[in-house]
Design a protein around this ligand. Structure first.
Ligand SMILES: [Mg+2]
Length: 227
């Protein structure tokens, strides 16, 4: 007997809707060739993201702005300069690679699910509009909850804020939501905290009969007590 279908799919973006390894590799080469002077800034910005995941307890208006401000403070650089570099190198320059390595099978699956009456939301800890456009996926989601964009989450994953906000906006109970994401320690744990089921999309996946093969849906057990 198969499990009943979920009323809503809440989907992560980075590393889930495109294959992350080739995109990271190509962007690493791009920075090496054309943006080496920005490498330290970009590294610090990513580090602040992981620190915020672990340490933020209070909800804030815009976690993306907080991440930019903390990076600027650590490096002693103006926030607007940090933002310009981050937007160029993390949100704009990757777009051709994001499009090239889009997970077509998963995107098609989401499209079929939505056509069959399922509700869908995109939940991201980074601004999402540009990448959604590059993926040709702007119309696949009823709701977008993205850090750095209006209506974004108050806290980053593994806090469940973004997924709960998406479920509320869709009018679907958390227990009827399926979270689809690539990080068990972020998406999976957030799903667990929100009372949702989790489907893990592995970084390197096999393909079979045109379908993306992912690990079976499960609710991960946290290694330690997290938010
Ligand atoms: Mg991800």
């Amino acid at each position: 007997m198969t499990a009943p279908p979920h009323a809503a799919w809440l989907v992560d973006l980075d590393g889930t809707l495109y294959a992350p390894l080739p995109v990271k590799l190509l962007m690493g080469l791009s920075v090496l060739c054309f943006g080496l002077r920005h490498a330290k800034l970009l590294r610090q910005f990513r580090r602040e993201h992981e620190v915020l995941r672990e340490t933020m307890t209070e909800s804030v208006e815009d976690p993306f702005a907080l991440q930019l401000a903390r990076t600027a403070e650590k490096l002693g650089r103006p926030t607007d300069e940090v933002e310009r570099v981050v937007r160029t190198w993390m949100l704009e320059r990757p777009l051709p690679f994001v499009r090239r390595f889009r997970r077509a099978a998963l995107l098609n699956e989401i499209e079929r699910y939505r056509a069959g009456g399922g509700k869908t939301a995109l939940v991201s800890d980074y601004p999402a509009r540009g990448k959604l456009a590059a993926l040709g996926a702007e119309r696949l989601f009823d709701v977008v909850v993205a850090s750095g964009e209006p209506g974004g989450p108050g806290r980053l994953k593994p806090w469940p804020d973004g997924y709960l906000k998406a479920a509320e906006a869709l009018g679907i109970a958390p227990s009827e939501c399926l979270v689809i994401g690539d990080r068990a320690d972020a998406d999976g744990l957030a799903a667990s905290q929100a009372g949702m089921t989790f489907r893990h999309v592995a970084a390197q996946e096999r393909r079979s009969a045109g379908r993306t093969v992912t690990r079976s849906a499960h609710t991960p057990q946290p290694h330690k007590q997290r938010p």
